[in-house]
Design a protein around this ligand. Structure first.
Ligand code: F3S
Length: 407
């Protein structure tokens, strides 16, 4: 890999040990992946925040960067932590866990990372440090990555916790994969027959993720999907498979600006799927669980303003039935930007709103949850695997119907 004089200097330790270590991580990664050079990035989004998933190893790595004087050199944000940073006691979190989680946040803060813990940086930071079409970035968290590549037209690989932190410190990333024009062309075409409901988007994402694990789909026949549906579709696709980019004809920026022949000529397989077929694959991808469900979790990816408005409307005049819970997850920045009445309306119905975290990276078992219903294909994929919680995927309307009655 060819390095500039400045990059060589950093690699040689001329800018201090933290930048040297970060540069070494990036050079090793770049050489492994066949990158020709490093390229500047405009932002980093760092995954690897929850103590539940990162454990002591994460604390040790951060302490090393901290002790070596590390500082990020581009705007850098943080993925959800393992708990609401203020209301963790109300979540039933063990104080020992809370202390470790607090230490992780403190260490990231000392490195200059913005500690708004969110997996929807594409919504939260759009005004502060917007990421635009063609921008190179280094983002972790698979839903954020696939959204940034697909919906913003920005360019990032699926970075791991260490590589995105190294990129944040150096301000560069190896030039390979999603950063290259030729690696962003669609390789399969998926044509939809019928009108998709919101839940169909999760099922479509999961279907593509399972069957076309490392492809780039061009999706046709979707009509004009809303942003929350595309968040869910991308999240399910990236959870079930290794995908980092999709194109939706007439919707995503690259499909609008592309040279149609270069898109067409790269496609090697074409499939059609109807909404009936998607409904039929639900049992295979997300089997129904037996018995009554008392807890429902929503906000994977974390809820944005559009979803809050929709939820508020759906809950009007309703309240949770005794013994039922709906746990909703969002970002504190998003929550504080919302109309107070909108948030009160959701809380008045009895929904518990948590910030800074999500149902997958927080220890839901400490909150007494062993079975759950969710409207998220990604959460329904991970909860049984990471938290041993029996989970059923269902539409948000069904969640509200099962959990509430008239106020
Ligand atoms: Fe976000 Fe957690 Fe889902 S990080 S995409 S809410 S698993």
């Amino acid at each position: 890999m060819e390095l500039t004089g400045d990059e060589e200097k950093v690699l040689g330790g001329g800018s201090g040990p933290a930048r040297e270590l970060a540069m070494r991580i990036l050079v090793n990664l770049g050489e492994l992946e066949g990158a020709d050079s490093l390229i500047p990035i405009v932002s980093a989004h760092i995954s690897g925040v929850s103590y539940k998933t990162g454990g002591e190893g994460l604390i040790k790595m951060l302490e090393r960067f901290h002790d070596d004087g590390g500082k990020v050199s581009v705007p850098s944000s943080l993925n959800p932590a393992g708990m609401d940073l203020d209301r963790w006691e109300g979540m039933g979190i063990d104080p020992a866990f809370a202390e470790k989680q607090g230490r992780i946040i403190e260490l990231y803060s000392s490195l200059g990372v913005q500690t708004t813990c969110t997996c929807i940086p594409y919504e939260i930071f759009s005004r502060v440090h917007p990421v635009g079409f063609g921008d190179h970035i280094a983002w972790g968290e698979s839903n954020a990555v696939i959204y940034a590549n697909s919906m913003l037209g920005a360019r990032t690989n699926r970075e791991g916790a260490i590589s995105c932190l190294a990129s944040a410190i150096v301000g560069r990333t190896p030039n390979y994969g999603m950063h290259l024009d030729e690696r962003r062309l669609p390789t399969i075409e998926v044509t939809i027959e019928g009108e998709l409901t919101p839940l169909h988007h999760d099922l479509l994402g999961a279907y593509i993720g399972v069957n076309f694990n490392s492809e780039i789909p061009l999706i046709r026949g979707m009509g004009s999907p809303e942003r929350p549906e595309l968040k869910h579709m991308g999240a399910a696709m990236a959870a079930k498979g290794g995908l980092a980019l999709y194109h939706v004809e007439g919707v995503t920026p690259e499909s609008k600006r592309c040279d149609p022949s270069s898109f067409e000529n790269n496609i090697k397989e074409r499939v059609e799927i109807s909404t009936e077929e998607l409904s039929a694959v639900k049992e295979e991808l997300y089997p129904t669980i037996d018995g009554e469900i008392d807890t429902f979790v929503i906000g994977c990816p974390q809820l944005g303003e559009f979803e809050f408005r929709r939820l508020n409307r759906a809950l009007e005049g309703k309240a949770l039935l005794p013994g039922k819970r709906i746990l909703a997850f969002t970002s504190r920045d998003l929550l504080s930007s919302l109309d107070v009445e909108l948030v009160r309306g959701v809380e008045r119905a009895g929904v518990e709103i948590y910030r800074d975290t999500c149902m997958v990276v927080s220890p839901l078992d400490m909150m007494g949850v062993s079975r759950a219903g969710t409207d998220s294909g990604k959460a329904a994929h991970y909860l049984p695997r990471m938290s041993r919680i029996s989970t059923e995927l269902m539409p948000i309307e069904m969640i509200i119907e099962k959990a509430t009655g008239p106020r």
